[in-house]
Design a protein around this ligand. Structure first.
Ligand code: FE2
Length: 428
């Protein structure tokens, strides 16, 4: 007897009429038209069943703090960093944990069951590190939380920065972070990349650096990050986050850079909502979009994922933990409007993001965790277009969240009252 059988599902790869059999928290079988006894059977009715969403780039220590102690008036990255500096002395572990747990509730409701969050290690008390380690422990039964030791104020620029970051790793933070473009000089930025990659190699950890989050075309720390990844044999374990300077780089230089990133097996994370908001702020017109070169990186064979980065914090006053909103913005900013491009944007918040995080047992195949989402959409294109309702969210076979289908009651003059069911098919 199976624990759960889902029938008549459409899968992200386009297969329809599929059944997914679940036993012991794992997927036992995926095949068309299975008819097997199960404790619970769910008829998907042709709707999309997707592996759960993953956010590979977030800041949970700052989330839901919008307006504390004041709002970011200029809307710039640098005022956000200054504002975060004002907020840090006021943080308490209790309030931080409460906000983070509230965000994790939002995430689960949206089918977002794995989050990589950066945690600022600049404060030597490591208050935020301890708080997020506690959050990680508390949410473990329902959400995978991965922590990155992130020296927001610069690991070399801050006195004791390396010591604080190393102590955070000692406490159990999973990934080595960095912010080379925020160090005082280009040389210090490159030195920080080398130092932090060596630290990760020694400890067998992954690396994920805020890398070149700038409109300066000469901010080229991604080159050093890729070079060090190759030199230290960190293939597949290193990520460059943001990489917005690549938007403004010289095309000839980028033609040399892309193969290096691909050969080094470095993943790249774009954060479309934040990049389109924070970059180009020093421009008059035309204003740069500021997002990294997503289609070109993909064409070069680089693993590219999308992150949410911020929700209601010193840098960004919007957001709701919806990775479909992130994918929706990403495809607009990157002009990835072809059917293949939209599918890649869906992958950027599912499979590609899971690869960044190194998630084990992720996917819709026998042996994978039965952690998936039933969406009120018939394919990934429709899911992104509608930011479709997450009808049901399961983790390891357990139902965690349900959302009613979106409907509208119409009372139009001259026509009988009717219920309009989403999604409405907008094309043949
Ligand atoms: Fe970030």
């Amino acid at each position: 007897m199976l624990d759960l059988l889902i029938t008549h599902a459409t899968l992200p790869d386009g297969r329809t009429g599929m059944s997914v059999a679940v036993q012991g928290g794992r997927i036992a079988d995926v095949a068309p038209g299975l008819s097997l006894p199960a404790h619970e059977t769910v008829d998907a009715g042709g709707l999309l069943l997707s592996p759960h969403f993953c956010d590979p780039h977030f800041h949970m220590d700052a989330t839901l703090s919008y307006g504390l102690p004041r709002v970011n008036e200029s809307g710039t990255l640098l005022e956000g960093i200054a504002l975060w500096g004002e907020l840090k002395p006021l943080l308490t572990a209790e309030a931080l944990i409460e906000r983070a747990l509230a965000y994790c509730d939002w995430a689960v409701a949206k089918g977002l069951l794995a989050i990589r969050t950066h945690v600022d290690t600049s404060d030597p008390s490591l208050l935020a590190v301890d708080a997020l380690l506690e959050v990680k422990r508390r949410v473990a039964p329902y959400l995978d939380l991965q922590l990155v030791a992130f020296p927001q104020d610069g690991v070399l620029r801050t006195k004791g920065g390396l010591d604080s970051l190393t102590r955070a790793l000692g406490k159990g933070v999973d990934v080595v972070g960095g912010i080379p473009h925020f160090e005082r000089t280009l040389a210090d930025g490159a030195a920080s990349v080398k130092l932090l990659c060596e630290l990760a190699a020694e400890r067998g950890l992954r690396v994920d650096m805020h890398c070149d989050e700038s409109d300066d075309p000469l901010s080229r720390h991604i080159e050093t990050l890729a070079f060090e990844s190759q030199r230290l044999g960190l293939h597949g374990r290193v990520t460059g986050s943001h990489c917005t300077s690549m938007h403004s780089m010289d095309n000839y230089y980028v033609s040399k850079l892309l193969p290096l990133i691909a050969e080094a097996g470095v993943s790249v994370i774009a954060n479309p909502l934040i990049n389109i908001t924070l970059q180009g702020r020093h421009d008059s017109y035309p204003k740069r979009r500021g997002m990294t070169r997503v289609p070109e990186l993909l064409a070069a064979g680089v693993n590219v994922a999308f992150g949410h980065d911020c929700v209601m914090d010193p840098w960004y006053g919007m957001g709701s933990g919806d990775m479909l909103e992130v994918a929706h913005m990403g495809l607009h900013v990157a002009q990835m409007t072809s059917q293949a491009g939209i599918a890649q944007c869906f992958d950027a918040v599912t499979g590609a993001a899971a690869r960044v995080m190194g998630l084990q047992n992720y996917g819709l195949a026998p042996g994978c965790d039965a952690s998936f989402v039933l969406l009120q959409a018939r394919d990934p294109v429709e899911a992104i277009r509608l930011r479709a309702a997450r009808l049901k969210v399961w983790r390891q076979g357990r139902l965690l969240a349900e959302t009613p289908a979106a409907t509208a009651q119409l009372q139009l003059p001259g026509r009988p009252a009717q219920t309009s069911f989403m999604p409405a098919r907008g094309r043949a």
